[in-house]
Design a protein around this ligand. Sequence first.
Ligand code: F6P
Length: 521
Amino acid sequence: MTSLANNPVWQDFCKAVKASSIGSNNLRILDAAGLSIDLSTQRHSEAVANAAEKLLVAQNFEQARDELFNGSPINWTENRAAWHTALRASNPPAAVADTITLERKRMLSFVEQANSKNQYRNVIHLGIGGSDWGPRLVVESLAGLTGRRNLRFASNVDAHAITAALDGLDPVDTLIIVASKSFTTIESLANAACAIDWLRAGGIKNPLDQFVAVTANPKAARDFGIKDEHIFQFWDWVGGRYSIWSSIGLPIALGLGVDAFEDLLQGAAAMDEHFLTAAIEHNAPIQMALSGVANRSVLGYASFALCPYDARLRHLIPWLQQLEMESLGKATTKDGKTLDVPSSPAVWGMPGTDSQHTFFQWLHQDNIGAPVDFILCATPDHRYNRHHRLLVANCLAQRAALWQGKPLDQALIEVQRKEVDPTKATAMAQHRVHPGGRPSTLIVLPRLDAKSLGALLALYEHKVFTQGVIWGINPFDQWGVEFGKQLANDIERRLDALGSDPEVSPYDPSTAHWVKKLAGG
Ligand code: F6P
């Protein structure tokens, strides 16, 4: 792929976006798999729509989408498919149908057996990144609905996490899940070792009998000592951050029930159907992707904020951070060239309304700000109607204020109620001006349940995939995470050099200083 910046189709897209109006009042609400996606407060015009369609053609989007769904090796740097859609298809593709169905059966019958024997009141899930955020998000956001077991998650190698997770539990009735695609991740293995000690200290003779592994590396799990019937597989054609639909969903089935897990898959499959069949102008993942590309590469927004107006969705933020930033945080195209337009915004956020009292000042009046994704659930799962009315009102109000802004003359009227001196009034009014024209998307779920959550996660997966195709980067690898891990293994070895003066020559003075200072710790 040659330079995107010099591509006339790309240049037309940029021109159209820059010419598109701020503050237009055109309603643009797309319905997808039961969700409503309102893009009315994103920059758009007919010219943008036409240029966007040409851009998608120029980037071979339709072929790429077909390859995503037919299992072609679109993860070109690892020569693998990215076939997470097959895991939730009602009729999985023939090539993997038996594999998927057999493993799903094994996992769900393990859950049903545990249910029938009333086993494992407590479940500790040990995993990190894609082996943690998905199940943690679903279990913690839906626990109020159908919680069956006491589920706790520990991901960090900071042992305060595993200590807290194990605290106060009865070892006799506790199951440990070690979820790791590679089964080599240092955090998960270190925490698993802690859990073995804790079970043993609790009088459990064979701690590993209370362990299950979820992994694409069954040999490593077996070598770790986990018995075959407790090893649930997924495969290298499933990306870690796209793996919630696989056996990585085991804690969801254990904690919320098999039905909840199947509903999650159905919701995502419905979004797959929409993504595959809806026309471009009505296709929610594609339109969200195009707005995201426009905001980042054309309008220069270096980040976007995710503000779910539902506190139960707090883990959606780290889940999306990993999905977006690990998928798109790279600048090398298929032919090894450096991408010459900005890509991949930083993703950050917080649930509303807490976010309003934390960083909305910046969103409203910083001289650049950032686009926002707002998420609302139309129907709450509590009986406090006024609370819900206030939540909805605040969400809609913040979004309207970001878009319409407050010009000087309007601010002046407010100030003049108290300040009669025109010079002082104007100066004061300037502080109250809101530039406006700040783009946002509103996603409305009818209710927060497994189906709508499945659809929401698949919506973002397909948005990210589409952006990867437009920018010509591979959204399914993550080479950038390895170097830090290599250095960490080396530094840990040097820190562990008890008593002797650790050799630190390969490192910069600061790293060398702290390795020496903290050695033996
Ligand atoms: O370091 C990043 C990463 O490789 C993620 O891509 C992955 O989700 C996470 O670590 C955990 O990896 P694993 O599931 O192999 O333990």
